[in-house]
Design a protein around this ligand. Structure first.
Ligand SMILES: C[S@@+](CC[C@H](N)C(=O)[O-])C[C@H]1O[C@@H](n2cnc3c(N)ncnc32)[C@H](O)[C@@H]1O
Length: 458
């Protein structure tokens, strides 16, 4: 039936600058990069943010948005390229939202990330020791897990990431954030899916791999799919040597069908001698894990040294996941109370504690705010708190911390703006930052991981 009075305007599929309406163009030099990955240029006192630009680029910008205090634009022409530019290894880079810095040499990426961190956290870097960014051990092919969108383009199945700030998908055959073996498996899976009769029901997949890319687990998200139909696709996928396959529906984690073992594992080893013999962690691929196993090892070791724990101390760990920090911490203190909301992650954390012989952990499943209120009600006290929240931060939790009387807090964050907001909140409640460390956990993208040590003001 024709909809006569649709209140939605039909959206054009073309980039804004290719549409017919008049486009404003300006020439500018990019000064630096900002959080979010865009380059910043100043024109007549107004700042413009330009995607996929590089510091010292001279560019002609097609303005896509203009407000009274700032504007946004796309590069129409590079008049004079930045000395920091290099040819991006990926032919889809200019369109794809998967990475932002593939066209900037790695040294400059690090320099800019360190400067961006200092700029966003400027209120704190004056009073706390700020250390140079820790480079990635592997700036290309470092990710072990990815969510990929699937869509049908005139009957052909395509797989890719979204364009920046859009739901248009950029299809690719190879993504340089993942290893060659991972990409080979992804192509194999896609080619099996191409033969599937009901491909229009497929809309997302997650592929995760272990440290050697030997074991891989696939999770396929489907729209309204019966178990029987999934079984059909599973039979085809089984030949591709996956360790496990999971079919889930549109509601998060609603399981339709599972085959094989959908868990993977990685090892932690301490270069600083915190947990001799190492720790092995297994995880259900629906649980959170850090993007790169190698850099994760560095961060865990560093967080332990920042916490400087003694054997008699009690630790509260918030947003504890599968035990990535919990288990290493147990070897340095009396006991850890670990709070985590994902039932998959809590089950993994309990299994990991048992498998590694860590008995001094209290696992609390549920929301951090709710558990903190309960712990305060039980007059619980902790010597140190470690928190590693999602990118939305932990604002509502922080006002409760003084009631638990920790002397040290270590805050691990993947979002500088929320970290800055939360440090201000912690400062309001009597904790001041002493040490700030940053890690390039997400090379080629604007992401920055930060760990901050705070101490209670006496
Ligand atoms: C950034 S991850 C950190 C996990 C873990 N620390 C690690 O290193 O792997 C954040 C974790 O917080 C959990 N989470 C998110 N919101 C939560 C909440 N309100 N209460 C408790 N846990 C939450 C997520 O399930 C996820 O495991």
């Amino acid at each position: 039936m024709e909809r006569k009075f649709s209140k939605f305007k039909k959206l054009s599929n073309k980039p804004r600058t290719e549409r017919k309406e008049e486009v404003k163009r300006i020439d500018a030099e990019i000064e630096s990069l900002v959080w979010g990955g865009k380059g910043l240029a100043r024109v007549d006192g107004k700042v413009f943010f330009v995607a996929k630009s590089a510091p010292l680029d001279k560019v002609r910008i097609a303005v896509t948005k203009e407000k009274s205090d700032y504007g946004e634009g796309e590069i129409e022409k590079i008049i004079y390229p930045s000395p920091f530019r290099m040819a991006p290894v990926c032919p889809h880079f200019s369109k794809c939202g998967g990475c932002q810095f593939l066209h900037i040499n790695y040294r400059k990426q690090l320099e800019e990330k360190e400067r961006i961190t200092k700029e966003v956290l400027r209120r704190w870097t004056e009073e706390a020791r700020f250390e140079p960014i820790v480079p990635s051990p592997m700036p290309i092919g470092y990710r072990h897990s990815g969510d990929f969108h699937l869509f049908l383009d005139r009957g052909a199945l395509k797989l890719g990431f979204y364009e920046p700030e859009s739901h248009r998908i950029v299809p690719f055959d190879h993504c340089h954030l993942f290893s060659d073996a991972f990409n080979d498996k992804l192509r194999e899976i896609k080619s099996v899916m191409e033969g599937f009769r009901m491909k229009e029901k497929l809309f997302k997949l997650n592929l995760s791999s272990d440290e050697n890319d030997r074991d891989m687990v696939l999770a396929v998200s489907l729209k309204e799919m019966s178990e029987q139909a999934c079984r059909f696709l599973l039979d085809e996928l089984n030949a591709s040597g996956l360790k496990g396959t999971l079919f889930v529906g549109t509601r998060e984690n609603e399981e339709i069908l599972r085959s094989g073992d959908v868990s993977l594992s990685y090892a932690l080893a301490s270069e600083k001698g915190f947990f001799p013999g190492g720790i092995k962690l297994k995880y259900d691929t629906r649980s959170f894990t850090q993007a790169d196993y190698r850099m994760n090892r560095v961060i865990v070791d560093d967080v332990l040294s920042m916490m400087s724990l003694s054997r008699h101390e009690k630790v509260l760990e918030l947003y504890s996941g599968i035990g990535n920090f919990t288990l290493p911490i147990t070897s340095c203190c009396k006991e850890v109370t670990a709070v985590e909301s994902s039932r998959f992650a809590v089950a993994d954390a309990k299994d990991n504690a048992a498998a590694n012989g860590c008995e001094n952990i209290q696992h609390l499943e549920g929301s951090v705010v709710e558990w903190i209120v309960k712990l305060i009600g039980r007059s619980a006290r902790f010597d140190a708190v470690l928190l590693d929240p999602p990118r939305t931060g932990a604002f509502e939790v922080l006002a409760h911390l003084p009631s638990l009387s920790p002397r040290r807090v270590v805050y691990v964050s993947c979002s500088l703006p929320t970290l800055d907001r939360d440090l201000r909140r912690l400062s309001d409640f009597g904790f001041r930052p002493k040490l700030i460390r940053t890690y390039d956990l997400f090379p080629q993208t604007y992401g920055i991981e930060t760990a901050v040590l705070l101490e209670a003001v006496k």
